[in-house]
Design a protein around this ligand. Sequence first.
Ligand SMILES: [Zn+2]
Length: 500
Amino acid sequence: MQTIKFHAAIAAVALAFAAPATFAMADDAPVTEAQLADHIKILAGDAFEGRAPGTDGEDRTIAYVVGEWARAGLEPASGSATPWLQPVPFVETQALTGTAKLKVNGRDFALGDDGLILTGRDASVALANVPAIFVGYGIDGTGKVNADVKGKLAIMLFDNAPFGEKLPRYRERRQMLADAGAAGVLVIATDAVPWAQLRESLGSKTVRLASASAGAPVSGFLSIEAADALLTKAGQNSGALRAAAKSRNYRGIALPVSADLSTTSSIRAFTSNNILAKLPGAKPDGKAVLFLGHWDHLGICAPDSAEDRICNGAVDNASGIAVLIEVAKRLGGGVRPDRDIYFLATTAEEKGLLGAHYFADHPVVPLSDITVALNIDTITISPRGTPVATIGHGKPAYDAVVRSVATKFGRKLDEDGEADAFVQRQDGWALGAKGVTSLMVGGSFSDMPLLEKFLEGDYHGPGDNFSDRIPLGGAAEDADLHVALGRAFADTKAWSGTGK
Ligand SMILES: [Zn+2]
C-alpha cells in the first residue's frame, strides 16, 4: 500500500507509467517443504555421487529431472540437439609434470624446486630458449596488452592493476597475454593466494568449454621469493620494478633470462549436458520466460581416506532444482501461461558458469526474445518470513513486477543492494553479460548472516548433505513467488515483454 498522497491527476499519470499492471493470481497450490525435501533427498543422495558433469551422477540427474519435468507437462525444446538435452563439449586438463630450466645472462640459474608451478596446455609441451619479459600487470591503462609478448615467457603480477576501476583480473589478463602470442605466462603469486594452496591445487583437474581459447602453451605461478630471486639475479630491483609497473603507461622490460620449459598433462575431452524443456504458451507472442538453475555439483571431492568423500550439494544446488521441478508442476498443471516458458538446468556452473555460457552462445530461443531469466541457486538458506532480495535489481519496470508479486504474498522487500555482491557468482551472469535481464529473486540472498554462515560452513564441502538442519520454509515461499513471477512475466496483457 502506497503511503504517499499525490494530487489525483498526477497520481493517474504516475500510475499509468510506473505502477505495474495488476497480475491475476492463479489458484496454484502452495509448494510444500515436504515436496522440496523429497527432490533434494534424491538429487543429493549418495547414489548421485555429487552430480559431477560427465559421471554416472549426471545420467541419474538427467533421468530424474527429465522424468519430473515430463510429468509436469513440459516438452523437449525444439532446437536442442537431443530431446531434453543440450550437449556441451568440454576439455579437462590435469597437469602431470612441469619443469623449467632457466638461464640468466647465459648461465644456469636454479630457482629451487618449490618456487615454480607449471601446467601445460597440451599433453606434452617442450619449448627451448624462450626469452623472458616482465610485463607488470600485462595491460596498460586502456586495458590493452602492454608489451610485445609473442613467443616469450611473460612474467606478470597477480594483483589487480592499480590504475583503473574495471580492468580485467588476472585470469583474463593471463588469457590476453596468451591471445597475444605468449609462449608462456607466469603469474607472480601474492599473499592473497597462499603458496601452499597453489601447490596443492597443482594436479587438480581444470575444465573449460571445448570452444574456449585454451591459454598459452605453458602457464604457471612463481612464488614471491622465487620471483624476487630471479629478478635480482637478472639485475633488477624487484621493488623498483613493481613501483614502475603501477604506471598506466608501463611497457614491460625484457630480462636477460631464457627458459627451457617442458610439461606433460593428461587431456580428456568429454560431453556433459544442459537439461532443457519448454512449456508452450497458450497465446505465444514471440517473447519467452526462462527459468534456470544449475544441476551440477562437485562430485567426489575428498581423498580416498576421508570418511565422507562426496560433496552432495544439497543446498548448492539440489535445492534450486527442486524448486524448478515444483514451479514446472504448478505452471504446467494449472492455467496455461500466455507466453512460452523455458526451463534450463545447467551443467558445470561450479567450473565457472560454463553450461550457462554455452547456452548463452547457443540459445534455442533468440536471447532478445527472453523477457526475463530467473535463476535459482542455493535457495534453502532462510526461514519463512524472510524479505525478498533481487540480484540484478535496478530496472524499474522489472522491480515493479517483483514488488507487486511479492507484496501479494505479504512479503517485504529487501532493497539495500547487498545481494548484488553475488551477481557474478551465479548463472544469470552469463545471460546478463549478453543483454538478457537476469534476476535472482528470493530470501536466501537477503539475510546475509545466514548466507555467510552457510558459505563459511558446509558450502562446497562433504557436509552439504540433506538434513533436518536445512531450512525449507523460505525456499517453499520463494517457490510460490517464482510460480507467480512466471505467470506475471508470461502474461501478454499485463507485461509488454520488453520492460517498457
Ligand atoms: Zn557452488
